[in-house]
Design a protein around this ligand. Structure first.
Ligand code: SAH
Ligand code: SF4
Length: 418
């Protein structure tokens, strides 16, 4: 496959390379995965269709692409048979490449994926009794270097494209066999007989929730994350409710309001410390956007309410952020800003060279009780997928030697969100 052209993003976020939304392919065809309806329409028009035909075909292809999960133009039964080879000669509908897929005995599944230009990233699916949560990556690596997080140690960082982000959700639906089947009554403009039997069904969802909690800082790749989530939320796309999507940020304060307005999903904030010196160490971005500014941005987050609380993630690290005083200060801060909050206590997942240890179970329980007594829900998350080393947020590349470093705990945090 051709190399992805890299360009630097100027402005607010750290400059990291990002692939263009259309990755050049060696065969000259264009991959439509990750593109919006208007963008697909533009491409069809540029390829020679008149405006009306381009619009109709874009609507049809969009539907097959994102709502039905079809990757073969020949399966698009409401598009004239003669039209399908024209599309196939110019366009493809791709998927991220799967390097490895693992399945845990507890149902957790993990995929190692590779971009066209050879960078590895991961997604994790965590089912429980009431929902199935996909933990999605927004970047390869992360520039933010939180000291407890393995992703922060990866040298190479590149923003994922909308196609690479939405492609994770689509791959998960492929793997779970979850695309709606049968004919579409709504596609009245069909110009070919529908040769599929049966009726349209959209039931039986295993994948019910999405958390942007995999590799990377989603608000440092705002445009691509927004564009991808728009496709996920589009009623004629993947059609997942914004109430079932949670974006986790380490606290990119200037982008939080835009996240609420332009994406409108639930917010999770990686707090991890309630004192400046401690949070400066654990989440160095705190030196730029401090705790007060962060909590004020949470208080102002559009759409937050008691029905849609903000989740505060708090990794429990022995002797660092886990004292009774820390718990009391956490309650005080959340009250001071009158935040509709819930706290996720995540046992720290050690990895070689991290220099931290997980708090003891007793300490975690004591901390949790103080927060509960302060009137804020503070469940402790339990590890999932231990046998396959499943964990989003601290992912490893294929090149790294595999170690069983108990790096799976925050998968549980992801499962409980939204
Ligand atoms: N960059 C975003 C989203 C990805 S990281 C953010 O920081 O919010 C999301 C979460 O991964 C962190 O909040 C933390 O809960 C979890 N995490 C990372 N490293 C971890 C570790 N070693 N142990 C437990 N949880 C970890
Ligand atoms: Fe990046 Fe989040 Fe890890 Fe911090 S915790 S290094 S922001 S992925």
């Amino acid at each position: 496959m051709a190399d992805t052209a890299l360009m630097t993003i100027p402005g607010l976020s750290d400059p990291v390379p990002a692939a263009r939304d259309i990755t050049p392919r060696a065969d000259g065809r264009i991959d439509l995965l990750g593109l919006s309806r208007p963008r697909i329409c533009e491409l069809f028009a540029a390829a020679g269709l008149d405006a009306k035909a381009a619009k109709l075909r874009a609507k049809q292809v969009f539907h097959w692409l994102y709502h039905r999960g079809v990757t073969d133009f020949d399966a698009m039964t409401d598009i004239a048979k003669s039209m399908r080879p024209w599309l196939a000669a110019r366009f493809v509908i791709g998927r991220p490449e799967i390097v490895e897929a693992q399945h845990s005995t507890d149902g957790t599944r993990k995929w190692l994926l590779r971009t066209a230009d050879g960078h590895d990233y991961e997604m994790v699916f965590i089912p429980d009794e009431t929902r199935g949560t996909l933990c999605v990556s927004s970047q390869v690596g992360c520039t933010l270097n939180c000291t407890f997080c393995h992703t922060g140690t990866m040298r190479l960082v590149r923003n994922l494209t909308p196609g690479e982000i939405v492609g994770q959700v689509m791959l998960a639906r492929d793997a779970l066999g979850e695309w709606p089947k049968g004919s579409m009554a709504s596609m009245a403009d069909a110009d070919d007989e529908d040769d599929e039997a049966g009726h349209y069904t959209a039931d039986g969802r295993l994948l019910t929730n999405i958390v942007m909690m995999g590799m990377g800082e989603p608000l440092y790749n705002f445009d691509h994350v927004r564009d991808a989530l728009m496709l996920v939320m589009d009623g004629d796309g993947l059609a997942l409710s914004k109430r079932r999507i949670t974006l986790s940020t380490s606290g990119v304060v200037p982008m939080m309001a835009r996240c609420g307005v332009e994406i409108g999903v639930n917010l999770a904030v990686s707090l991890h410390g309630v004192r400046k010196d401690v949070r400066d160490e654990l989440v160095p971005l705190n030196k730029k956007y401090g705790i007060e500014d962060l909590l004020q941005a949470c208080a102002d987050y559009p759409g937050a309410s008691n029905a849609r609380r903000i989740t505060f993630e708090y990794v429990m690290i022995k002797g660092k952020n886990d004292s009774d005083d820390d718990a009391r200060e956490l309650v005080r801060l959340l009250r001071q800003y009158d935040l509709p909050a819930k706290v996720n206590l995540i046992p720290f997942n050690p990895w070689p060279g991290s220099g931290y240890e997980c708090s003891t179970p007793d300490r975690i329980r004591a901390f949790s009780n103080i927060v509960f007594e302060g009137g804020i829900s503070a469940p402790v998350r339990t590890p999932r997928g231990r046998d396959i080393d499943a964990a989003c947020g601290q992912l490893k590349t294929a090149a790294e030697k595999k170690s069983r470093a108990q790096r799976d705990r925050q998968a549980a945090a992801a499962a409980e969100l939204a």
